[in-house]
Design a binder for this molecule. Structure first.
Ligand code: ATP
Ligand code: MG
Length: 260
């Protein structure tokens, strides 16, 4: 029996808040800390896949094939340029999965079951799941498969409204298919310390949720790295963005070591 993984979903139904940037760079940072890490792209946009250098045209089998039972996750996972980091890519096909699974009784547990199987023969320390900007079936599959959720949050006016809705969805999943699902924390992304509203929103969020001490600043290197198909730590490790995610990984590893 292989060692159990920590399975973490990166979720926020709001678009463009830094989910994929967080999933890719946190996964790369955990891998750099010698943790064998699997990044699963659950978004048909495929940004996490291309962010680690996997281009949709070169993908023969994707997470879609694993969800519909045509392949195992192990067959679909491939290594990346970062040692210890593996990726299960997605393509546009994944849009069809929501429709194809709609009448299947086990549609919400497909990812969980696929992860359980891959763990029988491959051991990962961390499995990170990048979610699409919706609370549909793909995100629900991620919430059912995960033990914990990380929520990237951009400190702007409507951020909290979205959080309430997200937490209600997490509560529903907890009441049904995944009673032990926990919220690991909120990570503040694209943070601009000169913006007063950003500080106000950050303080408000801290009143209600666990917020990671590591804050990800707005940093152009983080937005440039994906066009080179690289996590920021391969593109410019000294950048504030890459350092922010390395710090987040250290914080998570410290917390996980304390609880295991
Ligand atoms: P979607 O909801 O479409 O999946 P997302 O939540 O995954 O979006 P990202 O794709 O990670 O968000 O980020 C949105 C955009 O902001 C991207 O162009 C990304 O490169 C950029 N970005 C993310 N984080 C930062 C940052 N800290 N500094 C600068 N740019 C960033
Ligand atoms: Mg994304």
């Amino acid at each position: 029996m292989s060692k159990a993984s920590r399975i973490v979903a990166v979720v926020n139904q709001k678009g463009g808040v830094g989910k994929t940037t967080t999933a890719v760079n946190l996964a790369a940072s955990l891998a750099a800390a010698e943790r064998r890490t699997l990044l699963i792209d659950m978004d048909p946009q495929g940004n996490a896949s291309s962010g680690v250098g996997v281009h949709p045209k070169g993908v023969h089998k994707s997470v879609y094939d694993a969800l519909i039972g045509r392949a195992s996750l192990g067959e679909v996972a491939s290594p990346t340029a970062v040692r210890n980091l593996f990726v299960v890519p997605s393509t546009q096909d994944l849009v069809a999965a929501e429709l194809e699974l709609v009448d299947e009784a086990d549609r919400a547990v497909r990812l969980r079951d696929a992860i359980t199987k891959v763990q029988e023969d491959t051991s990962y320390d961390y499995i990170l799941i990048d979610c699409p900007p919706s609370l549909g079936l793909l995100t629900v599959n991620a919430l059912v498969a995960a033990q914990e959720v990380i929520v990237p949050l951009q400190c702007e006016y409507y951020a909290l409204e979205g959080l309430t809705h997200l937490m209600a969805t997490i509560d529903r999943v907890r009441a049904g298919l995944n009673p032990s699902l926990g919220v690991k924390g909120i990570v503040l992304t694209m943070f601009d310390p000169r913006n007063n509203l950003a500080h106000q929103v950050a303080n408000e969020v801290k009143n209600h949720f666990h917020v990671f001490e590591s804050v990800i600043p707005r940093n152009v290197r983080l937005s440039e790295a994906p066009s080179h198909g690289k996590p920021a730590l391969l593109y410019d490790v000294s950048s504030k963005g890459a350092q922010g995610y390395l710090s987040l990984a250290r914080e998570i590893l410290g917390g996980d070591a304390a609880t295991s």
